[in-house]
Design a protein around this ligand. Structure first.
Ligand code: HEM
Ligand code: SF4
Length: 513
């Protein structure tokens, strides 16, 4: 399909496709190639498409939020999903309206190109890049440069599979960098007797395709000036050498790294680069994690105010309110996090209290209960035909119930939900992860989850381990308080040995005890 015609060619064809009934669009264009231009056929709602809009590093402006709100309200169903790739999905569009949507997006310097299928997805970085005191360097310009290199460039549109990239200078591990195909994290080195800041490079991380795999360090240090081009070379190496003949579940970059090993991969990359690559620098990250919620002092004395959006689903009216707040209290800037949350930066100190008192900050709170703060969920049955269970509603209601009964001073807990094994909700990267499944109880099919625990990214990244299977969703209000109370034990799971892991499956009775 990819060899037959480049998906980007649909940019030239979209005006024509917009004029014919969607049923007459050839199947490969309809269900696949349209995703190269950010238009997603949804089997659950035939004729009504989802659109994904790229927000590099999670950055947006008030004007962009208003444009997105207009598009969602006037041409879609008003629903806006903030995703774990710091971008947005809008719903229920007809192909006839896509040319108009493209014009509107272009007017505010946005686009939806290459946001699905075998493309380089939205490039992630710390949402407080350039602002937080806890960063080695501002990686946002690198994410922008990389995006400029590949966007609209057919050199990058026939990859074996999708490619996720995170480039971050944040010391507080606020993105799940190690789950990415290309992962650059802050590092320091000596060059010609003086210290230099840059990134260490790891490759081959993933979430799905058989479970979470942490990216493998390549023993490479790269300066900020070279980082975007080096990331592009890694991706071109994947394009040229990555496996293609096998099932799609076996063709992520991780499998090339596994087949070659880090040393061979490094040599091949060095050959492409054309000069010696520096050895890895000192990993300067802290072990702690930040979610950038609440009030964070910026380097320049102003503050960034992070608002929790449990499970990330909002609507056009919410976007307009964020636009208003960003202009009233900040500089019109808005940033999205990989936790599906929103940050309003650049708030002068004397305006912080007034912002915190706005009614909208009672709805999307800067300091919610820990069980709500770390909540992430994929799309689920509402719109995703692969989903085995509804996710967002269950996750949100459950967290609200737990927040009423569990103490507000609980240690932080992340709870991530995926509606199926594809793992779009990153469930193996959470303290407690849920993977949707169907179970049979007394001959009746019910919604259930496999529960994972101890998932972790950062310097000691480890996938969560499955600790319970086929737990009916209805039982979660009873099961979860016990699990959360035992969080220190669950977090320790990642440090256990292979032999100990085998006895980790917790029988239900033990949870009740
Ligand atoms: C077999 C593999 C996979 C399939 C078939 C799949 C399918 C999907 C579908 C259908 C959606 C959109 C649902 C909607 O909004 O209507 C989606 C969204 C998403 N998926 Fe996956 N997915 C897969 C693997 C993954 C993996 C491994 C990740 C990484 C964690 C991931 C991350 C995401 C994210 C972040 C979104 C939200 C949109 C975005 O920001 O790009 N997916 N996926
Ligand atoms: S994890 Fe499964 S249910 Fe959730 S969005 Fe991905 S494919 Fe759909």
């Amino acid at each position: 399909m990819k060899a037959g015609k480049d998906g980007l060619d649909l940019l030239q064809e979209i005006d024509r496709l917009a004029q014919i009934p969607w049923q007459e669009i050839p199947k490969a264009d309809l269900e696949s190639r349209l995703k190269w231009i950010g238009v997603f056929f949804r089997k659950r709602t035939p004729g009504y498409f989802m659109m994904r809009v790229r927000l590099t590093g999670g950055r947006a402006t008030a004007a962009q939020f208003r444009a997105l709100a207009d598009i969602a309200e006037r041409l879609g169903n008003g629903v806006v999903e903030i995703t774990t790739r710091q971008q947005v999905e809008l719903r229920a569009f007809q192909v006839k309206d896509v040319p108009e949507i493209f014009e509107k997006l272009k007017g505010v310097d946005l686009n939806s190109l290459q946001t699905g299928m075998d493309n380089i997805r939205n490039v992630n970085t710390c949402p407080l890049a350039g602002l937080t005191r806890h960063e080695l360097l501002d990686a946002f310009p690198v994410t922008q440069e990389l995006t400029r290199i590949f966007l609209g460039n057919k050199e990058f549109t026939n990859l074996p599979r999708k490619c996720n990239v995170t480039i971050t200078g944040c010391l507080e591990n606020c993105t799940h960098a190690e789950t990415q195909d290309v992962c650059m994290t802050p590092a320091a080195r000596e060059a010609d007797g003086s210290p230099v800041s840059g990134f260490n490079l790891s490759v081959g991380g993933k979430m799905g395709s058989g479970g979470m795999t942490a990216a493998v360090p390549l023993n490479v240090f790269v300066s900020p000036g070279d980082a975007a081009r080096l990331a592009a070379e890694v991706i071109l190496l994947f394009r040229d050498e990555g496996p293609r003949g096998e099932t799609r579940a076996r063709v992520r970059l991780a499998f090339l790294v596994e087949a070659w090993g880090a040393a061979t991969f490094r040599r091949a990359l060095e050959d492409r680069w054309g000069k010696p690559l520096a050895e890895a620098g000192r990993d300067v990250r802290f072990s702690r994690h930040a979610d950038h919620m609440g009030v964070t002092p910026q380097k320049d004395g102003r503050s960034a105010v992070g608002q929790c959006v449990p499970v990330g689903r909002v609507n056009d009216k919410h976007l307009r309110e964020w636009a208003r707040l960003a202009e009233t209290y900040g500089t019109g800037q808005i940033r999205l996090t990989t936790g599906q949350n929103v940050v309003l930066p650049d708030v002068p100190k004397d305006k912080v209290t007034a912002l915190l008192e706005e009614p909208f900050l009672q709805e999307f709170q800067p300091d919610p209960h820990p069980v709500q703060r770390g909540l992430v969920s994929c799309i689920g049955t509402d719109y995703c035909n692969l989903a085995l269970i509804e996710t967002k509603g269950i996750a949100k209601t459950l967290a609200e119930t737990l927040a009423k009964t569990l103490p507000p001073d609980l240690p932080p807990v992340t709870m991530y939900w995926s509606g199926c094994a594809a793992a779009c909700g990153n469930h193996q990267a959470a303290d407690i992860g849920f993977q949707g499944i169907k179970a049979s109880v007394d001959g009746k099919v019910v919604d259930a989850v496999h529960i994972f625990a101890g998932g972790h990214t950062g310097p000691d990244a480890r996938p969560g381990e499955k600790i319970m299977e086929l737990v009916p969703v209805d039982m979660l209000p009873e099961v979860l308080p016990a699990l959360i109370k035992n969080l220190p034990m669950l977090k320790k799971i990642r440090r256990d040995t292979e032999a100990e892991k085998r006895v980790l499956m917790i029988p239900m009775e033990a949870v009740y005890e």
